[in-house]
Design a protein around this ligand. Structure first.
Ligand SMILES: [Zn+2]
Length: 127
């Protein structure tokens, strides 16, 4: 559906999925129950197009560093991306992309300080 045509970071995750309120409770405690999470952000956005949780496909976590540890467990560790890194993709068909700039404030891998993301969309045929 989308083809990566440029990537200045080279480290992204396709294994860990998106955080959810339920997962955050398990990982970070009951006090996180009412915090926003990626899964809920996705549901809110796709609902604007008549879709539901069942329509959400597996996500990619751009710039997220999730190595497989020697024990076989996944770890979420400090990312290796730098300010200004980017991923450029070309849509091969009409697609609906939803983005959650993870509001995960409980994970120390981002220094407890999620940073902004910028998304640029253009029509290649008109550019
Ligand atoms: Zn998240």
């Amino acid at each position: 559906m989308l083809r990566v045509i440029a990537d200045t970071c080279g480290q992204h995750d396709t294994s860990a999925g998106a955080c959810s309120c339920e997962a955050n409770i398990v990982r970070f405690g009951q006090q996180t129950k009412y915090l926003h999470a990626c899964r809920e952000n996705f549901v809110i956005e796709v609902s604007k197009y008549g879709m539901s949780k069942r329509d959400i496909v597996p996500n990619i976590n751009f710039f997220m560093n999730v190595p497989v540890m020697p024990s076989g467990e996944l770890a979420i560790v400090d990312g290796i991306s730098r300010p200004g890194d980017y991923v450029e993709m070309a849509a091969e068909m009409d697609v609906l992309c939803v983005i959650s700039n993870c509001p995960q404030i409980n994970n120390p891998c981002n220094g407890f300080n999620p940073t902004p993301v910028q998304v640029l969309i253009w029509d290649a045929e008109k550019a």
